[in-house]
Design a protein around this ligand. Structure first.
Ligand SMILES: [Zn+2]
Length: 387
């Protein structure tokens, strides 16, 4: 969602990821559901939760899931907090999960997801310097918002289908996620998806060999045309409610006539490099415009036509204590859907098409701004199995 690169997945491959746990009441049910479908997932734990429920951390390890971290206190300000504080959040979160794992902390993977996905280059640089890979996601299902479990299911499936592959962001601490997960897994299976489990590479378990292009969600290739979208102009909206309709003279030549109805020059007598010009142009004649039906004024385009969703990033909630949760609503799926539509080739001059193009511009800018991240590709091994 924020970076030009994601995991090197094939089409119809999905990684399940769960943030913010463990919270036994719901996390244990998530574990049971995953076990019943024989799938493994990637978890990103909060240090405070690991301190409160160390048994939950060990359950994840014993079930064979991948354990990464997600900060100590889940601050939603890592994009602008002093780097020393951000380092503390990262380090404390890791220490808390290691403490829960006890002697066998080799189960902790060097994977980190920034709370609320509020990324900052200095934070990513620090993580990289520690040999830790920064994770984001390819699609959320908004399961931290107050929506129904069937809405979580719908959003998950819609967004997975739009991109075809990627990392699904869920939260194992919510009841609605527990309720939606069996249906999501069932439907993924029915539609031919495979659940992919990502584990940390080790000397005995070397990183999956990949080529750089596989890390791009939509890799460039010699057969696919690429282009860079132009920057969006700064529109200035006039106060006038109406603008004058174009007048005939806007389209006409010096003499005020549209395309001439009759031959403007003597074709028969003209030659070009000695070759006579054809008597008739091969294209049809223009018929005169019915100017009397044209309106003399047209409405100014509405501001909403040029609307751009500027904050598509998923935001997550702070966890503890629940009474102080900062619920943040996110523009749901409009941008990602717009991009997906554009990528599938639905451009067009319609209003929808225009929205999709504008969204794509916004995405392009963001990608360009964040392109410096070191993905640490040597850190992952990708295990593939059917649902
Ligand atoms: Zn979170």
């Amino acid at each position: 969602m924020q970076y030009p690169e994601t995991l090197p997945l094939e089409d119809h491959e999905v990684v399940l990821s769960f943030d913010d746990g463990p919270l036994p009441r719901n996390s244990n049910q998530i574990l049971d559901i995953l076990a019943s479908e024989c799938v493994k997932a990637n978890f990103f734990l909060i240090g405070q939760m690991a301190r409160a429920y160390p048994e939950g951390v060990r359950k994840l390890r014993d079930a064979g899931h991948t354990i990464g971290t997600h900060s100590q206190n889940h601050p939603l300000t890592m994009n602008h907090m002093p780097i020393e504080r951000a380092k503390q959040e990262i380090d404390d979160g890791i220490a808390s999960v290691k403490a829960a794992l006890g002697d066998d902390d080799s189960a902790l993977a060097p994977f980190f997801r920034i709370p609320g996905l509020e990324r900052a280059t200095v934070v990513e640089d620090y993580l990289a310097s520690q040999g830790i890979q920064t994770w984001s996601a390819d699609f959320p299902a908004d399961d931290w918002r107050h929506i129904s479990s069937s809405r979580v299911y719908e959003l998950a499936m819609k967004r997975i289908e739009a991109k075809g592959r990627g990392i699904l962001l869920l939260h194992d601490i919510h009841e609605r996620t527990v309720a939606a997960l069996p249906r999501i897994l069932h439907e993924l299976k029915a539609r031919g998806y495979r659940i992919v489990h990502v584990v940390a590479a080790t000397p005995e378990r070397p990183a999956t060999p990949t080529d750089p292009q596989q890390w791009h969600l939509h890799p460039t290739s010699e057969t696919v045309a690429i282009s860079h979208w132009p920057k969006i102009p700064n529109f200035v909206f006039a106060e006038a409610g109406m603008l004058p309709a174009p007048s005939l003279s806007d389209f006409a030549g010096q003499d005020g006539r549209l395309v001439p109805g009759d031959e403007p020059f003597d074709r028969a007598g003209r030659r070009s490099h000695g070759i006579p010009l054809p008597q008739e142009a091969p294209w049809p004649r223009q018929s005169p415009l019915a100017l009397d039906i044209a309106a003399t004024a047209l409405p100014v385009p509405a501001l909403s036509i040029f609307e751009i969703q500027e904050n598509p990033r998923a935001t997550a909630q702070s966890l503890l204590p629940p009474s102080q949760r900062a619920e943040q609503t996110v523009p749901p799926d409009r941008e990602t859907d717009g991009i997906a539509k554009l990528i599938r080739g639905h451009g067009g001059a319609s209003r929808r098409g225009m929205r999709a193009k504008l969204h794509s511009v916004s995405r392009g800018n963001r990608v360009a701004a964040h392109g410096r991240r070191n993905t640490l590709k040597h850190l992952v091994q990708i295990k593939k199995r059917s649902v």
